[in-house]
Design a protein around this ligand. Structure first.
Ligand code: AP5
Length: 194
């Protein structure tokens, strides 16, 4: 099994690149943002609670997110591995993920951190907001999401750096070029199937 964390600020291309990676390497995609938006659209109690935070560009409490992950991993017992997109986002979540994977006799093998200038992030997300319908894709909330990332999520890079698992990748290039840089790193662990 090969488990990858795709790490980076809002708009850095985690979702876009995850789609390419899961196709080529036949991995399962776990995006906490997608899982939370699904809960919101189904108006579940979890979704109603999460929406309060998401609409303000704040992180949803750790216990809510960690609770969702375990079940999601268990849904794919035969998986070749997982791409975690938008998770973990706090050191607390990273520690919980390590424990969870250890319990399942596996681990995080590689963390790829996409680096994109802030002005590009804002431009990408404002542009996506024209059609996405996402309540958090407006300039005011985007700025809060980036601040939340800088204060609570960036420390997670250090957590994985200390474990020798972190690789930083320039994410400001066109999608295909960035994908080529990401795959170069993944190929050291796993070769593409497709
Ligand atoms: P989430 O859905 O994870 O949003 P995010 O991290 O803010 O990421 P985005 O989806 O906005 O960006 P991305 O990096 O995936 O980029 P994308 O590929 O889409 O989280 C949303 C909210 O949920 C959070 O704010 C929080 O409230 C909550 N949440 C989620 N997970 C949580 C957790 N673990 N703990 C607590 N709370 C949590 O690309 C963005 C745009 O750029 C697209 O339009 C794309 O087409 C374009 N683009 C991509 N790559 C390129 C490129 N190379 N060149 C030009 N344009 C590009």
């Amino acid at each position: 099994m090969f488990n990858l964390v795709l790490f980076g600020p809002p708009g850095s291309g985690k979702g876009t690149q995850s789609e390419n990676i899961i196709k080529s390497y036949q991995l399962q995609h776990i995006s906490t943002g997608d899982l939370l938006r699904d809960e919101v659209s189904r108006q579940t109690p979890l979704g109603t609670e999460a929406k309060k935070y998401m609409d303000q560009g704040m992180l949803v409490p750790d216990e809510v997110v960690i609770g969702m992950i375990s079940g999601k991993i268990d849904e794919s017992p035969e998986a070749r591995g997982f791409v975690f997109d938008g998770f973990p986002r706090t050191t607390n979540q990273a520690e919980a993920l390590d424990k969870l994977l250890e319990f399942k006799n596996t681990q995080i093998h590689l963390v790829l951190a996409l680096e994109v200038p802030e002005a590009d992030l804002i431009a990408r997300l404002v542009n996506r907001g024209i059609t996405s319908g996402r309540s958090d894709d407006n300039e005011e909330v985007i700025t809060k999401r980036i601040k939340e990332y800088q204060s609570k999520t960036e420390p997670v890079a250090r957590y994985y750096g200390d474990q020798g698992k972190l690789e930083r990748v320039a994410g400001h290039h066109p999608v295909e070029e960035t994908y080529a840089l990401l795959s170069k790193n993944i190929n050291k662990y796993l070769l593409p199937v497709a």
